[in-house]
Design a protein around this ligand. Structure first.
Ligand SMILES: *Cc1c(COP(=O)(O)O)cnc(C)c1O
Length: 408
């Protein structure tokens, strides 16, 4: 099982290092803003008024706590371990991302910033950010690659109805990486008035720690719920890993529970060949990208490689630095599911449980499909259902039925 020495140290240090990973690799002009953000966050974290307001809105507005659901029919079909789903798909706007967007919006209020920017790939983080901006009356600008805007037209329309300005980024591959660059450029220019709501456990300190903390509620609830239900901790936690925020949220409160094994599932795309996947621990290397030192996909010259996944939310060249550290410690295991396996998982959960998962979450589902049958009926798996699949139905219909649902 785990090779890490427990208990694990409290991470990160004051400059955001998780062991040799993480840190603050940003332009000079952003250092003051990031330090200020880290200070305000530290005070907010310890302030009962801040926590009470966050808890109230997580309850009334976002829909927490989410259920821990025993997938009975699926468990029976798999014929092994008992499988529970942590239902983040039931949250307002359809995924876990709102936990972090809300936390950071409350922090922006404290920072006295009236303008919010964010980057988005699939559009889920853009929608969550636009939502909290509408809720608090912030001016909102979302950077999105032009290619992603075409692929995710529904989410672009949602953001616009929510009052956000969506800026098309045309540089390079015109996807998430370029959108992050553009958001950073905006932030450098407008840092006095603007807060950048980063969407995953990535980037410069304090973002990886802060985003993780806002999602810890997932694991805190799951822990209480499984103890109430089964009177013991689970044997295995499974979550998909893009930047790594939903996985960190589920895993973190269990890291020092020796008997709990954890598996992060990356995007295996069309297989582990250059430019065909986004599984950073399969052929990746140590490097620096967009503010943090971590495991990433780059060629021998250090140039970032193109990535591919059926799921836009997992399609990014770098993984969050805390995951790089947990991987090195051997505390969390990392594997991958291919596009085809994720599509199978997407269809199986839809048919057997009546729950259409996000294509990102379908990667975690795909791994449970492989591992649950090898485990005993006395074993318990908790899998994070990070989001719902409504946003993916058009794409899935094209792949599975060969039909364009907007032209039927
Ligand atoms: C964005 C997204 C992910 C991937 O991001 P993480 O930071 O790795 O959690 C996973 N699932 C859903 C539903 C998403 O929207």
């Amino acid at each position: 099982m785990s090779t890490a020495t427990l208990p694990l140290p409290v991470m990160p240090d004051t400059h955001g290092h998780f062991g040799r990973f993480g840190g603050m690799f940003v332009p000079e002009t952003l250092m003051a803003a990031l330090t200020d953000l880290a200070d305000h966050y530290d005070r907010a974290r310890k302030d009962p008024t801040f926590q009470a307001e966050l808890d109230r809105l997580l309850g009334d507005y976002v829909g927490r706590p989410t259920p821990l659901y025993l997938a009975e029919r699926w468990t029976e079909k798999l014929g092994g371990a008992k499988v529970y789903l942590k239902r983040e798909d039931l949250l307002h706007t359809g995924a876990h991302k709102i936990n972090n967007a809300l936390g950071q919006a409350l922090l922006a209020l404290r920072l006295g910033k009236k303008r919010i920017i964010a980057e988005t790939g699939a559009g889920q983080h853009g929608v969550a950010t636009a939502t909290v901006c509408a809720r608090f009356g912030f001016d909102c600008t979302i950077y999105m690659g032009k290619v992603d805007m075409e692929r995710q037209a529904l989410n672009v329309a949602r953001m616009r109805f929510l009052g956000a300005k969506v800026v098309a980024v045309t540089a390079g591959q015109a996807t998430l990486k370029e959108a992050v660059n553009e958001a950073m450029r905006d932030w450098v220019t407008n840092v006095d008035t603007t807060h950048y709501i980063l969407g995953s456990a990535l980037g410069s300190h304090p973002f990886p720690m802060m985003v993780r903390d806002f999602h810890r509620i997932i694991g805190v609830e799951a822990r209480e719920q499984i103890l109430a239900r089964e009177n013991r901790l689970p044997d295995l936690l499974v979550a998909c890993v893009g930047g790594g925020s939903n996985a960190m949220g589920l895993f973190h409160p269990f890291l020092n529970d020796e008997g709990v094994r954890m598996i992060g599932v990356e995007a295996g795309g069309e297989g582990i060949l250059p430019e065909k996947h986004a599984a950073r621990f399969q052929g990746g290397r140590l490097g620096v990208l967009q503010g943090t030192k971590t495991w990433l996909l780059a060629n021998a010259d250090g140039q970032i490689e193109l990535t591919h996944s059926v799921s836009a939310g997992l399609d990014y060249a770098a993984i969050g630095p805390e995951h790089a550290w947990l991987h090195e410690q051997g505390r969390v295991e990392y594997t991958y599911a291919t596009d085809d396996e994720a599509m199978d998982g997407f269809q199986e959960l839809s048919r057997v449980e009546g729950i259409i998962p996000a294509l990102e979450s379908a990667h975690a589902i795909a791994h449970v499909k492989k591992i649950a049958p090898l485990m005993s009926p006395d074993d318990i798996i908790v899998v994070n259902l990070s989001g719902r699949g409504d946003k993916d139905v058009a794409q899935a219909a094209r792949i599975v039925f060969g039909e364009d649902i907007f032209k039927m």
